[in-house]
Design a protein around this ligand. Structure first.
Ligand code: ADP
Ligand code: ZN
Ligand code: ZN
Length: 728
């Protein structure tokens, strides 16, 4: 009988495909990559199993062309995680594997780290006379002397010699006086263990004591206000994990992985640290991944996809800023790194720590049911005092580019007292709208149901939804008037207003536009941190995890836009944003002040934050979700469809609805137009499914989805499933 292997390949295949073993050479093992024919191409795939037999007839089985790894690249636990994720998110398994692998491995390149070359002295080298060659070959003599003294030379040391030292060393090797040595170079950071940990306060101690590396699985939510020392708690647990000889995986949102965080880990820990994020070069990423897999890295700090990094001796998983929506991938393979990390910890029987100053309602619900242990950190570490929160009633206030006089006075007061002010507005550009003052024409993107954002500095109109750009029109295309005006607020406009109001204190703006250049974000943050800049303004880039100890005033310029959002998660996001930004104030010894400009000071969300903080808000919000039957009270999935033809998405979803299994326990809503019906030239519609449990939702989806691609209307659309969506 033909021997068969099952191979996960890229493409719309729910399952792995069967292939016949190669005729010659070693048989590929599970978890290794192979090259297989698919159509007329030859592509890289991952061996996922070796079934007894295939459903395909022998003569239809094609043979593996090449075995790329002689040993498994992925261990069984990692394979299981990926397979589980593909099933749960109803995504093609091959694509799930590809997400889990670094780019080089996806392309079939070798799974070996870079190699560092060095040189070592030989016995005859030890015995050789220096003097005899110092005239003839002075460079060789110099290197030989250096080798006799230090026994080895690295490439870095070699670079310290003048002239062509490499060529001279090569001569020494040819004469048998030195030899080349190579060692894998994973590019790890060596922990310095320079700084002792802080003496934990009582709250920190009890949460740290609850985390027990080596004692099996537990999920622990560290619900700690900004500056309460959550990171210290993680570090304490990581040190104890290190002492057991086990690895820690730390998953952080993209923007949370700063050089500042990395250097803090490096200063504190004694182990080797690998960094995994999308900004790395392919080679660096591969090295870090291989180091995690080989057990060479003791701590792996990474963004979303690091949750799939194989670990040789897993001991602890930490998810920082667990509420951050960017932990969920929003396109393609729509997985939640947070949820997968918890599952992974459960399967590996190791502790998982989730930390946030503003925990997601999902995690708070899990804490309520006892699935997570919850440890609040209510005090700020050290002597830092919590900021005081105030609402600035904007009704009837004259404003100058969105800044009210009381706010300007407040900023002035803090600057005069030697403080630092941070102004937050979550909208970049100069203004979200360009309008004709004569006729009311609006500059709208012709591919989206959206307006262009006016970028004054770049002199462009830019659609933030499809990325289309165009020059600023000189006159109104509708009536010819040249009186085109910017309507609404963006960070660029606030920057101009601040420059006017405080000519002696130039503001620094931190948003995606001002930080495009590599390193410019870090530079701006450093200036802000060191107090070099005393007026800081920016978008949510400012809100995440950065310590700005000198900030004494935080101002939320416009809370109103988030109060009435269409998405049922809008209030949660707004509350998190306000609390996260507010957390930047008064972190060191100076007390902070937080002011929120709003036209709705009586709004319950703002009142709850004011009087009971985030936890009061969260209690109410959870009760509301419960009453409305929304997540986390119930499980949700969205089916999205899009097409250039206006009616195609709706037609497909209607047809899909007709096919739903008659399961009364599943609530079906829609199809209805997506929140932005047209985007990038495509019309979009969606269908919402709600179930009392994840299990019943999963059962339903598994029965329903496989048939959908056979619906004739499916050919007219692009459609996708989003399980546990964070954007509805
Ligand atoms: P979080 O992660 O909750 O925002 P951090 O762990 O970054 O908080 O701590 C905030 C600041 O307080 C840091 O500068 C940290 O070094 C300091 N810190 C944390 N815990 C203590 C402690 N127990 N004693 C003194 N300083 C501490
Ligand atoms: Zn006009
Ligand atoms: Zn657009």
């Amino acid at each position: 009988m033909t021997e068969v292997i099952r191979v996960a390949v890229a493409g719309p295949f729910t399952d792995a495909l069967d292939y016949r073993l190669p005729v010659t050479g070693p048989a590929p093992v599970i978890g290794a990559r192979v090259r297989v024919p698919l159509g007329r191409r030859n592509i890289v795939g991952m061996v996922t199993s070796r079934p007894e037999a295939s459903d395909l007839a022998d003569d239809r089985l094609r043979a593996v062309t090449e075995v790329l790894d002689s040993a498994p690249l992925l261990d069984p636990a990692t394979i299981e995680l990926i397979e589980w994720a593909a099933r749960y998110y109803h995504h093609p398994v091959g694509e799930a594997y590809l997400t889990a692998l670094p780019a080089r491995l996806r392309r079939g390149q070798s799974a070996t780290p870079s190699v560092e070359t060095g040189w070592r002295i030989t016995e005859s080298g030890e015995a050789a006379q220096i003097d005899s060659r110092s005239r003839r070959a002075p460079r060789q003599a110099m290197l030989l002397e250096a080798l006799q003294q230090s026994k080895t030379l690295t490439a870095v040391q070699l670079a310290g010699f003048s002239g062509d030292a490499r060529a001279a060393l090569k001569r020494l090797v040819e004469q048998g006086l030195a030899e080349t040595v190579t060692a894998p170079d994973y590019g790890l950071l060596q922990g310095l263990s320079n700084e002792p940990g802080a003496v934990l306060n009582a709250e920190q101690q009890s949460s740290a004591a609850a985390i027990q590396p080596g004692a099996g699985h537990q999920a622990i939510l560290v619900d700690g206000v900004t500056g309460s020392g959550k990171t210290e708690v993680y570090l304490d647990a990581i040190e104890r994990t290190l002492a057991l000889g086990r690895q820690t995986l730390v998953v952080v949102p993209e923007i949370g992985l700063t050089p500042q965080l990395v250097s803090r880990f490096q200063q504190r820990l004694a182990g080797r640290i690998a960094i995994l994020h999308s900004g790395l070069a392919d080679g660096e990423r591969l090295n870090a991944w291989l180091a995690a897999r080989a057990g060479e890295a003791d701590v792996v700090i990474g963004t979303r996809s690091a949750v799939f990094a194989p670990l040789k001796h897993p001991g602890l998983i930490v998810i920082d800023e667990e509420h951050d929506p960017s932990l969920k991938q929003q396109e393609g393979f729509r997985y939640s790194a947070r949820d997968l990390a918890v599952l992974r910890g459960y399967r590996l029987d190791i502790p998982v720590v989730l930390g946030s100053a503003t925990p997601s309602l999902e995690s708070l619900a899990n804490a309520t049911t006892g699935r997570y242990q919850c440890y609040p950190l209510r005090q700020r570490a050290g002597d830092a005092r919590p900021p005081s929160l105030q609402l600035l009633d904007m009704r009837g206030e004259p404003t100058r580019d969105g800044l009210s006089q009381p706010l300007l006075d407040r900023v002035r007061g803090h600057l005069d007292a030697g403080g630092q002010a941070l102004l937050f507005l979550n909208r970049r550009g100069f203004a979200p709208t360009l309008i004709c003052h004569e006729c009311g024409w609006l500059a709208e993107c012709d591919r989206c149901d959206a307006r262009y954002t006016y970028h004054r500095g770049r002199r462009r109109l830019h659609c933030h939804h499809c990325d289309r750009e165009r020059p600023i029109p000189h006159h109104c295309p509708s009536c010819g008037s040249v009186d085109l005006r910017a309507l609404g607020l963006g960070t660029e406009r606030i920057e101009a207003a601040l420059t006017d109001a405080f000519p002696d204190t130039p503001p620094v703006r931190i948003d995606r536009d001002s930080t495009r250049r590599r390193g410019s974000f870090e530079q701006a943050m450093r200036q802000a941190r060191d107090g070099e800049t005393r007026l800081i303004l920016g978008t949510q880039m400012l809100a995440k995890g950065h310590h700005l100890p000198a900030v004494t005033l935080v101002a939320i310029i416009d809370a109103d836009q988030g109060l009435f959002g269409a998405d049922f998660r809008a209030p949660e996001r707004l509350a998190q944003q306000i609390v996260q930004v507010a957390g930047r104030a008064g972190r060191a010894d100076r007390p902070g002040e937080v002011v929120i400009q709003t036209h709705h000071p009586e709004h319950p969300l703002l009142q709850q934050l004011l009087h009971g903080g985030y936890s009061a808000f969260a209690r109410t919000a959870l009760a509301e979700r419960e009453a409305a039957g929304l997540p986390p009270a119930r499980a949700m999935a969205l089916i999205r469809a899009e097409a250039t033809a206006r009616d195609a998405p709706n037609a497909f979803l209607q047809a899909a609805m007709q096919q739903t299994p008659g399961d009364a326990a599943i609530e079906r809503l829609g199809p209805y137009p997506a929140p932005m019906e047209r985007r990038a030239g495509r019309h979009r519609a969606q269908l919402m499914l709600l179930a009392d449990s994840r299990n019943s939702l999963q059962t339903f989806l598994s029965r329903w989805l496989p048939g959908l691609s056979r619906i004739p209307e499916a050919r007219q659309v692009r459609w996708s499933v989003d399980v546990d969506p964070v954007e509805a």
